[in-house]
Design a protein around this ligand. Sequence first.
Ligand code: GLY
Length: 468
Amino acid sequence: MSPAEAPDTSLLRARRDRASRSWDVRAGTVLIPSGAPLPIDGTDQVHDYHAHPEHAYLSGSREPSSVLAFDPVEGWVLFAPASTLEERVWTNAAPSRERLQVETGVEDIRTIEALVPWLELRRGNAVAVLGNADFIDHPERYRLPDLRALELSVDEGETERLRQLVSEQRRAKDPPELARMRAAASASVAGHLSGIGLARAGMSERQYQIEIESEFFRNGGSRTAYGSIVGGGPNGAVLHFSPTSRQFRDGDIVLVDAAAEVGGYASDVTRTFPIGPRFEGLQADLYDLVLATQQRAIEAAGPGVEYKDLHMAAAEQIAGGLADLGILRGTPSDLVDADAHALFFPHGLGHMIGLSTHDAGGCLAGRQPSDRFGLKYLRADLPLAPGYVVTIEPGIYFIDALLTDSERRDRYRDMVDWDRVDKLRGFGGIRIEDDILITETGTENLSGDLPSERSAIESLRAQALANG
Ligand code: GLY
């Protein structure tokens, strides 16, 4: 365990106290299952497992098949599996009760089997189920028998109310969380720096993935935060492109959205770079536009600022820049009112980040998500506050699926220079993304050690190519 991952049990207790006080549950039971690894058929192994963030945040444990439970009389109990002999032979042993106590600060730790009699004693109580709801339909994943005999009545309204309160609590990161996020961002920066130096024409997206991920791990990453996205040339236009055997070619730009996780906490970093020593022609113009948009959004971010306002300003900046380049036609505000910018910038400005890549975001209580073309992937609609960490990741892409869609071509007939755009299919995409901590007075860029200025990226590429 790295120093960034050391548990702070007094803080974990304070998190639980704060949650239970805010819930104000007078009667009833709260269950927060961790989730469980899914078996891979035909092997005796399991898919990569990630503990549910609500469970990890409140318990401090990321062990699978566990349930953190709360009731207003008994307080907190952690039900966790003890390992079987077979597991001790074939895989890892589950932590002992003593180790879990040290790591979580929960006094009352019981084996998972004890959850059934615990629930039996509360028969008839309304139950809120946060965490991973797989527990209700798949108790076998928790080594529990069919729970139907307990007649659990899950109160969906209460579940939603408590979940909203936990999300609000989880948004501002505390110092141990920030230590992990800084460590994750720093491993990600090391990986991207190494990757930008290693990329060559003839290298495949898959090879690049292997190089950058190995550098994450060499620099303390415990996991990748999400499936690495590596798109060379036209593949950069697919927002979440999984690396293939396609080899980088001279003239390509490469979009790499990949990052490390440390102690359960994600970072999320994207850079776009040329395979040659510099961005050429429109590549450079669009890179500068995306970078200027990102920089302005980071400068404008801070406590009290509405994230949606940052998104709308970025959309206007991109629309205006595309109009200046003759790709869109109209004023920035008319283009954004019509969502025309979303043909080229079809995602939100970013999202909150923490125990998941898309963490505890959503809408401030009382607000509703929008299904507008230009807004439906905005993953946070709330005012920023100190301790929040958000990504700021504008992008411009030439996406076949959108640009060949007849309904959109018709709708934006007069707002797009379609002849020009049709010639640009295959261009790929440009995204630049950093992890921004909101402070009392402004922001801190957690991934800011990774250059993003065009001249800096070009000089890294020129140096790399000069080294052979
Ligand atoms: N960077 C990957 C994601 O936001 O899902």
